[in-house]
Each structure stands twice: as structure tokens, then as C-alpha cells.
Design a protein around this ligand. Structure first.
Ligand SMILES: Cc1cc2nc3c(=O)[nH]c(=O)nc-3n(C[C@H](O)[C@H](O)[C@H](O)COP(=O)(O)O)c2cc1C
Length: 458
């Protein structure tokens, strides 16, 4: 069997992800696993149509495609996203149609499920026959259990392909809205006072809904609003995953292009941030994803703390829940406040007018009050993964994160709350006494609310 491995790591062959592929290759010598480095060669693939066609020829003559990539900013690397866009731009979807597909990722499990959802949706959109996914932790291969699971995954993928088993689809094709948004004049404008409002976008084209939504949003203010167009920004390239930034947040592109400087001077200094973009396939554009991946120079340290953030999206956001979850999670990790998403999925322009202007009002109001919504599972659980990884396996590489985490009390473990721990021990002992154990459920309800009393009777 011939499997084409589309390698998403910008590090090419010398990557963690490819060690997993090498292991499969070693255990299943009867199958050919041909690796094509996608992310590492994206500039060539983009500029040179024949290189792209060579890859399509390999896919065409294969029995299956293995999408193998490292997690980058809760998704695939931006180079890989660009490759996926090229499949549609160059009308090559048919090459993938009815091919078997599997997904293999390596990561530290920080939102690997969103990357898997994205890739599964892409496979469904390409009408591929999805046979399985393997979300490895980057160190799993060093453990017997991890190797065992990888072996079983690979054998099940080969089996399923050989049996030509039916493949379920879970994502329906997205349906695009029809609104041609025509904004009207803003009646009551919002005064941002001393708040710095920055719109970051990948397009200001006034012929599109996105361009007009941005204009309406800008016009909602009586004060000036700055726009930063990342498509016009001098960005030399995608994040290469070199980890140059790990010691002191110094990126290897520093001084070579404008990204880091503009991120530091404009994005990090704004009070209110608007991210505006059009949905391309199942996410924002690869240019947008490149922006997020390049912001990794601040590693796992929040870089835009305490901001009010709004999203203006043109496209079917209601059908791309992965995009919503990624944005929510990223903002919560940043300790900022995601005020809302406004899309053009409405029937009439007047409704969208009101929503955009009200977004402006809410952003300024929350900014003045300093309101940051409590984190939910996305932010709380995500932070615990970073805390454990930076304290443990990744500390040597991400020394700047470690200093920040120490200084800002991110290392909230092991739990040092001696009073609570002692109380828990006493309660455990007491509830071993049968009469107390019997009484316990009756007293528990009251006991649980009793500590709140002093705050309510103030
Ligand atoms: C720019 C960048 C972004 C990353 N984003 C994530 C992430 O969102 N979630 C995660 O679990 N790991 C993330 N990682 C960790 C990598 O996915 C992980 O180290 C992976 O095993 C690297 O594989 P590779 O050597 O094949 O490139 C990120 C690493 C880099 C360099």
C-alpha cells in the first residue's frame, strides 16, 4: 500500500511528528510511507505550480493520505493552512476525492481537538474517506504505552483501507449567506475617549461585506480608530518553530521584518482590539493564521492581557464552531475579554448596522469598567496544561515563560492551602464514624452554602 504523508512540520524531516511516521514505517515495512514536506517548502509550492502538481500526482497514485502535522496555535501550522487553501484555489479537490485519509498530530494537547476537528472537516469537504485520527503527545513515543497505541492505530488504518470499509462523514458542506451588506449612516456615535481602538484585518476591500462591516464599525466612533492591515504588512515568513524565542522572547525575524515591532507597538498597546476577517474554508485565512503563529514569539506567556476583543467575521461562523472555540480559547489564555462575534449571517443590513455599533458601545463600556469575564473550561484547563508543561518538560526551552509564570503566581501547585487540606482530612476521618456518615447527606446542603453567608449579610 502506498501512503502519502503530507508533513506539516516547518522543520521538515527533523521534526518530532516525523519520528512517529518513522516508527509506523519501521513496524509496517510492507507498506510504503512517502513523506512530502509541505510546510517547509510552502513558498516553492505556492510560487511554482509544477511543484504543487507533482504533489497532486503523488496523491493521485496513492492509496491514502496521512495528514501529519504538529499543532500550531490550536490548529495546523499556517504554512499547512496555506497548502489547504491552494487545493481549492488550484481546483485540485478531485485529486483527494474518495481517497482514504488519516490524521496524526503531535502536540502538548493544548487544543489538539480543535486542530483535529478542522482537519476532519477539510477531509469531509474534500470528500475523502476518513479512517482515523491519532492525537499524540509529543513525548508519547518514548513510552511503551504510546508506541503500543501508535502501532494499533496504524494497523487499524491499514486494515480499514484494505477492507475498503465505509467511511462516516460528520461535517456537512458549509452554506454561505446571501446578504450583500449595505451599511447606512450611523446615528449616534460612540466616544472612545482615551481608549485606543485598533482594528486588525487581512482585507479592507470596500467591495466586500468585510470591508463594509469594518467601515461601519469605524464610523460608529466619534473618535479616531486605527486599522492595521496584515496583508500589507511586511512579514517575511511563517513561524518556523525554531524556538529561538524561548529564552527571551526574541524572534529570529526580529529586525528583519515588521511583524514583531508592530505587534509590540500597536497590538500590545491597544485597549480594544477588533480582529476582522473572512472565513476561508473552515477558518480565517492563512494570512490571519500566520499572524497568530508569528505571535508565538511570546511563547506561552499572555501578550495581550486585559484587552477588550471583538471579532468581525464575514462568512458562515455558525457552521464553523472550531473557529469560535479557537478564538474564545486564545482570548481566555490572554486573560482578555472576548466581547462578541459579529458576522454577516443576517437577512438584512439594518440589523447588522445595529449590531456593529452596539459592539463598539460594549467594547468601550467594558474597557472603562475593566470587566474581564471569568474563564470557563477553555481558559482554566488550557492554563493548567501550560503550567504543568512549563514547570516540567518544557522549562529548559521556554525559560522566559518560566520566569513569567513564577513571577505571576501561575505555579499554583501543589496546593498549599493547609487549612483546607486539614479540614478535608478531618472530614474524611469523621465520616468514617457510622452515625456521622449517616447524618452527612442531610447536613451537606446547608454546610455547602454556609460559607457564603458572611458575604450576603454584609
Ligand atoms: C509556533 C508553535 C505553536 C504551537 N502551538 C501549539 C498548540 O497550540 N498546542 C499544542 O499542544 N502544542 C503547540 N505547539 C507544540 C508543538 O505542536 C509540538 O512541540 C510538536 O510536537 C512539534 O512537532 P514538530 O517537531 O514535528 O514540528 C506549538 C509549537 C510551536 C513552535
Amino acid at each position: 500500500m502506498k501512503i502519502i504523508v503530507l508533513n506539516g512540520s516547518p522543520k521538515g524531516d527533523i521534526s518530532v511528528t516525523m519520528q512517529y511516521v518513522a516508527y509506523i514505517r519501521k513496524r509496517f515495512p510492507q507498506h510504503e510511507l512517502k513523506i512530502i514536506n509541505i510546510s517547509q517548502r510552502i513558498e516553492k509550492i505556492e510560487k511554482d505550480e509544477s511543484t504543487f502538481q507533482e504533489i497532486m500526482d503523488e496523491v493521485r497514485t496513492s492509496d491514502a493520505v496521512l495528514w501529519a502535522f504538529p499543532l500550531y496555535l490550536l490548529l495546523v501550522p499556517s504554512q499547512y493552512k496555506r497548502f489547504i487553501e491552494l487545493i481549492w484555489e488550484r481546483d485540485a479537490q478531485d485529486t483527494f476525492k474518495d481517497k482514504h485519509a488519516a490524521v496524526l498530530t503531535t502536540s502538548i494537547h493544548f487544543f489538539d481537538h480543535t486542530a483535529h476537528d478542522y482537519m476532519r472537516a477539510i477531509c469531509d469537504d474534500l470528500e475523502m474517506r476518513f479512517v482515523g485520527a491519532f492525537p499524540a503527545h509529543m513525548r508519547d513515543l518514548m513510552k511503551e504505552e504510546g508506541r503500543g497505541k501508535l502501532f494499533l492505530f496504524a494497523s487499524s488504518v491499514f486494515d480499514t483501507i484494505e477492507k475498503n470499509a465505509p467511511a462516516p462523514k460528520i461535517f456537512k458542506p458549509v452554506i454561505h449567506g446571501k446578504l450583500d451588506y449595505i451599511p447606512s449612516a450611523v446615528q449616534e456615535k460612540i466616544d472612545a475617549r482615551d481608549r485606543k481602538v485598533l482594528i486588525v484585518t487581512d482585507s479592507e476591500d470596500s467591495q466586500t461585506n468585510l470591508g463594509r462591516m469594518i467601515q461601519r464599525f469605524k464610523d460608529s466612533f466619534s473618535s479616531s480608530v486605527e486599522v492595521m492591515n496584515i496583508s500589507e504588512m511586511n512579514i517575511m515568513g511563517h513561524c518556523l518553530g525554531c524556538l529561538h524565542c524561548g529564552f527571551d522572547y526574541v524572534c529570529q525575524y526580529d529586525g528583519k521584518d515588521d511583524f514583531n515591532e508592530l505587534y509590540r507597538t500597536k497590538v500590545q498597546t491597544a485597549d480594544v482590539l477588533i480582529f476582522a476577517g473572512t472565513i476561508v474554508d473552515r477558518y480565517l485565512s492563512s494570512r490571519w493564521h500566520m499572524f497568530f503563529c508569528r505571535s508565538f514569539f511570546s511563547n506561552h506567556t499572555p501578550s495581550v492581557v486585559g484587552k477588550q476583543i471583538g471579532l468581525i467575521i464575514s462568512g458562515p461562523l455558525s457552521q464553523t464552531s472550531t473557529l469560535r472555540e479557537v478564538m474564545e480559547s486564545w482570548v481566555q489564555f490572554q486573560q482578555s475579554n472576548l466581547v462578541d462575534f459579529i458576522t454577516d449571517e443576517y437577512e438584512d443590513s439594518a440589523e447588522l448596522d445595529l449590531l456593529l455599533t452596539d459592539l463598539a458601545r460594549r467594547l468601550i463600556s467594558f474597557s472603562e469598567k475593566g470587566y474581564i469575564r471569568p474563564r470557563n473550561f477553555l481558559g482554566v484547563s488550557g492554563m493548567k496544561i501550560f503550567r504543568d508543561e512549563i514547570y516540567g518538560g518544557l522549562r529548559g526551552v521556554f525559560q522566559a515563560d518560566h520566569r513569567y509564570y513564577k513571577k505571576h503566581g501561575f505555579y499554583d501547585f501543589p496546593q498549599k492551602n493547609y487549612k483546607k487540606r486539614l479540614m478535608a482530612d478531618i472530614m474524611t476521618l469523621l465520616t468514617r464514624i457510622p452515625p456521622i456518615r449517616k447524618e452527612f447527606p442531610k447536613r451537606m446542603k446547608k454546610g455547602m452554602v454556609q460559607p457564603y453567608e458572611k458575604y450576603l449579610n454584609k
